[in-house]
Design a protein around this ligand. Structure first.
Ligand SMILES: Nc1ncnc2c1ncn2[C@@H]1O[C@H](COP(=O)(O)OP(=O)(O)OP(=O)(O)O)[C@@H](O)[C@H]1O
Ligand SMILES: O=P(O)(O)OC[C@H]1O[C@H](OP(=O)(O)OP(=O)(O)O)[C@H](O)[C@@H]1O
Ligand SMILES: [Mg+2]
Length: 290
């Protein structure tokens, strides 16, 4: 039997949202065991492999795992030649260069040659400073980066920022954004051809169907039949809506059912209500398969 290996982060920020996404897509581990690094799933042709997020790009590049979920930052850091699919909507952050508030540096261009930059993104950092024409000395760390300037072990850092709290606590100020990152689904290019292609593609589709569903809601509303055409005017112009007659009401009523993008939801509901829709119910959608 052809089987697929799917690499997922073994810990940290990406772990929970990854498991939630996979579960929604129907890829659920048969059991949980913190020590087990390979986990069979309900789909007997998919095995999950638990790896450090930063090791996933190279493991997927070599096809040792066919698919993986990791941050775009690590794909870039390891310069992995993998297929990168869309944003999964979590693990969103920026990589920034930050300096001590007291340093007086305002821009990257102010940093002198020989500046010591602590980071775990050593390749991204080298490239960034090279392109800026600054001869930086990269100090490799594997965590706790923000404390390095306070210790005197570095003059600046290049690290992940989301709320900015960690920078602020350590009296650091961002002076440049190096890249935006978020969690991505990645695949080995060779697995997208050949005997595994159909299976790998079907997992990509399963995950896409969950992502697409997250952006949409099913909206149900009751509308007096005489106001129907006015309500329909303000509903998004996708395929549909479905209109069903409601039996045994004092005045003729219909139920209108439509799928609406989350972004358009508030205006759609308000406008429909203004034109006479009532009992508006919004229902989450699990999957959208086309
Ligand atoms: N504060 C944050 N907000 C959003 N995403 C983040 C944040 N910190 C890290 N990430 C992203 O999470 C992914 C995993 O990062 P990392 O390997 O540092 O693991 P972690 O979740 O921080 O756990 P640990 O550092 O304990 O190993 C990376 O792609 C990174 O960009
Ligand atoms: O801008 P903020 O919201 O403060 O987030 C940024 C922090 O988040 C990450 O650390 P994490 O919490 O993953 O801990 P770690 O240092 O163990 O990786 C990252 O390394 C930063 O330190
Ligand atoms: Mg971290």
């Amino acid at each position: 039997m052809v089987t697929i290996r799917f690499a997922i982060p073994s810990k940290g920020r990406l772990l929970e949202p990854t498991l939630k996404l996979l579960e929604a897509a129907g890829i659920k581990p048969l059991y949980t065991d913190d020590r087990a690094l390979m986990l069979p799933t309900k789909l007997d042709w998919v095995t999950l492999v638990r790896l450090r997020a930063e090791d996933i790009p190279s493991v997927v590049e070599s096809c040792a795992a066919d698919l993986g979920i990791t941050g775009l930052d690590f794909v870039k850091e390891y310069d992995a030649d993998v297929e990168v699919f869309e944003d999964l909507g979590f693990g969103r952050a920026r990589l920034v260069v930050a300096v001590p508030e007291s340093s007086g540096y305002e821009r990257v261009e102010d940093l002198p040659d020989g500046v010591r930059v602590a980071t775990k993104y050593v390749n991204i950092a080298r490239k960034f400073f090279e392109e800026k024409g600054i001869r930086a000395r990269i100090v490799r760390v594997s965590g706790s980066t923000e404390v390095m300037p306070l210790l005197g072990a570095a003059d600046a850092i290049l690290d992940v920022v989301s709320t900015g709290t960690t920078l602020a606590i350590h009296k650091l100020r961002p002076i440049a954004t190096v890249m935006e990152t978020s969690a991505r689904l990645i695949a080995c290019k060779k697995s997208l051809q050949g005997p595994k292609a159909r299976l790998v593609t079907s997992i990509v589709e399963l995950i896409r169907s969950v992502l697409e569903a997250q952006k949409k809601k099913l909206v149900l509303m009751n509308v007096p039949e005489r106001l129907l055409s006015r309500v329909l005017e303000v509903l998004p112009a996708m395929a549909g809506p479905t209109v069903a007659r409601i039996e045994r009401t004092p005045e003729p009523m219909v139920e209108v059912m439509i799928v609406v993008d989350e972004d358009e939801l508030p205006e759609t509901i308000l406008a429909a209500k203004e034109r006479g829709a009532r009992d508006i119910v919004v229902v989450p959608i699990e999957k959208v398969t086309r």
